[in-house]
Design a protein around this ligand. Structure first.
Ligand code: S3P
Ligand code: PEP
Length: 418
């Protein structure tokens, strides 16, 4: 646990940040390269706790890794996956994307993770995998997958209202199932849909037939997954934390922004705009400027629930009441984020309470003091954003940020000028 007092901005935060690679694209690139018909070289892949553990998990299953001096990495699939012991850490992408590969191995693979990961939902993914023909013991971490060297596939129906990753996890490996997979969702709305779009796009980039075939149904055709060199985009959700620093400080922050992307780019910029940021796009970059006044707003974050923590921190300093909705499922993220935000923002003085699917936030005078991170990188980002305008916000563990950025504190202090 490393305590960290969030730097308070002495004036407008102005500058640019080079944001590391996308966690979501890197996880998918590793999995698809592991399943491909030859070696793939990855450029710009994220190197942080989640993606290191992903490499570790795939290496356990027999995947080869060669790091090059220029920071790129070659991923070499094995002739056949082998079983082993997989540590998922706190990564949803590992606990939901890797079990199908373990089912393709011959033998038993045991999955364990952090204490906080043991309460994260995974049963719908395991149910779907069982419907596709795999044998599994357990409905939460720790669980075991008894692989037989192949998975039949065919058709499965799951409730993916708890996480889009249940859908992505099954689709990513489905081309390697004997019959491919037609997957149906039955239940409340599927959250974070752009991440399913990212899964389908990255499958198609590797020559796989992958489509949404109905409002809540997807089809992946059986067949080879092409080996392919691939460049990973910067992480636009992590970019949003830095862009957010412009709003309460009347600053201007610039990051690289891909011209075409399947990340939830427009949703992210739309949220910053709704909160009072002025968004300017130039070729390959985006700049967000602030006025020093954050606007109270009603935000539907169904498609971009990862923004909830920083949006809540901004709304706590806004010029009027605000709310966030569409994010009931983030009670199952790295921590129960709705409870954590209610607790921490209330303790700093804001009027915050949970609703059925989000938060209602009434800004009030705020004071510095302890900020719990709950092992959650995005709770740490929220504490950093709050600390820009509230002196003395002290995070109990800045180490939580290593989940998706190796040096968040360094990048943040460099930008804020601490
Ligand atoms: O597939 C992915 O890479 C992700 C999907 C989303 O999960 P949920 O659908 O559980 O929100 C997102 O919040 C998570 O950070 C990454
Ligand atoms: C929900 C998140 O992570 P994970 O991939 O572990 O689900 C997140 O990064 O906000």
């Amino acid at each position: 646990m490393t305590r960290w007092v969030a730097p308070t901005a002495a004036g407008p935060v102005r500058g640019s940040v080079i944001v590391p690679g996308s966690k979501s694209a890197t996880a998918r690139a590793h999995v698809l390269a592991a399943l491909a018909d030859g070696p793939s070289r990855l450029v710009g892949a994220l190197d942080a706790r989640d993606t290191r553990l992903m490499r570790g998990a795939l290496a356990t299953l027999g995947v080869g890794y060669t790091d090059h001096d220029d920071g790129t990495v070659t991923v070499t699939p094995p002739d056949a996956f082998r079983p082993g012991a997989v540590d998922v850490g706190l990564a949803g992408t590992i606990m939901r994307f890797v079990p199908p590969l373990a089912a393709l191995a011959e033998g038993t693979t045991a999955f364990t993770g952090d204490r906080e990961a043991e309460v994260r939902p995974v049963a719908p993914l395991l149910d779907g995998l069982a419907q596709a023909g795999a044998r599994i013991d357990g409905r939460a971490l720790p669980f075991t997958v008894h692989g037989t060297g192949s998975v039949r596939g065919g058709e499965a129906t799951i409730d993916a209202s708890g996480s889009s990753q249940f859908v992505s996890g099954l689709l990513l490996s489905a081309a390697r199932f004997d019959e491919g997979l037609t997957l149906h969702h039955r239940g409340e709305a599927v959250p974070s849909r752009p991440h399913i779009g990212l899964t389908l796009a990255m499958l198609r980039d590797r020559g796989v037939g992958a489509e949404e075939v109905g409002p809540a149904s997807w089809r992946v055709e059986p067949g080879p997954i092409d080996a392919r060199d691939e460049t990973i985009e910067p992480d636009l959700v992590n970019a949003a934390v830095f862009l957010a620093a412009a709003l309460p400080t009347a600053g201007a922050v610039t990051v690289a922004w891909p011209r075409h992307t399947v990340q939830a780019a427009d949703t992210i910029l739309g949220v910053l705009d709704a909160l009072g940021g002025v968004v300017t796009r130039t070729d390959g970059y985006v700049t967000v400027s602030g006025t020093g006044r954050v606007k109270g707003a009603d935000l539907d974050l169904t498609d971009a629930s990862e923004l909830t923590c920083i949006a809540a921190a901004l709304l706590a300093t806004a010029d009027g009441p605000g709310s966030i909705r569409g994010v009931a499922h983030i009670r199952g993220h790295e921590t129960d984020r709705l409870a954590a935000l209610e607790t921490e923002l209330s303790q700093r003085g804001a009027g915050v309470h949970q609703t059925a699917d989000g938060l209602a936030i009434e800004p009030r005078p705020l004071a510095g003091g302890a900020w719990g991170t709950y092992a959650d990188h995005r709770m740490a980002h929220a504490g950093a954003v709050l600390g820009l305008s509230v002196p003395g916000v002290e995070l109990d563990d800045i180490g939580a940020t290593t989940k998706t950025m190796a040096d968040f504190a360094g990048l943040w202090s460099g930008l804020v000028g601490a």
